[in-house]
Design a protein around this ligand. Sequence first.
Ligand code: FES
Length: 139
Amino acid sequence: MRDFSDLYAEIIMDHQKHPRNFGTLPIFDKEVQMTNSSCGDQISLQVKFEDGKIKDIKFKGMGCAISMASASVMTELLKGTDVNEAKRISSEFIEMVTNGKAPVDDLKDAQVFSGVSKYPMRVKCATLAWHAVQKALSD
Ligand code: FES
């Protein structure tokens, strides 16, 4: 029977091979650059809003498989989402990975990152894109 760790490996590999929403937007409202202070890897995130929703979102960056897969999963999950909903979902993800809170259904595929909370060195990798989107949503 497949468990979370099998799914985690599958989702990391899939999003690493085929990152969703990778690149830049021709027109955007917010751009955030964020650096992982542990390793120096960076992510750049662009967001276009319309009618209180995330109309489009793209990321670029260099980082480990976890950070890139997490960014890809994040953009897939939040694209088209109401801004307040996106704030709530991103907080849930950060709580889950940083403090080991139980995953919630709203996180969909992003739930597989829950195991990262046991590896403090990887927490910053998994949350990099999510902190970037929180900054884009709050500024
Ligand atoms: Fe740099 Fe993971 S090792 S983002």
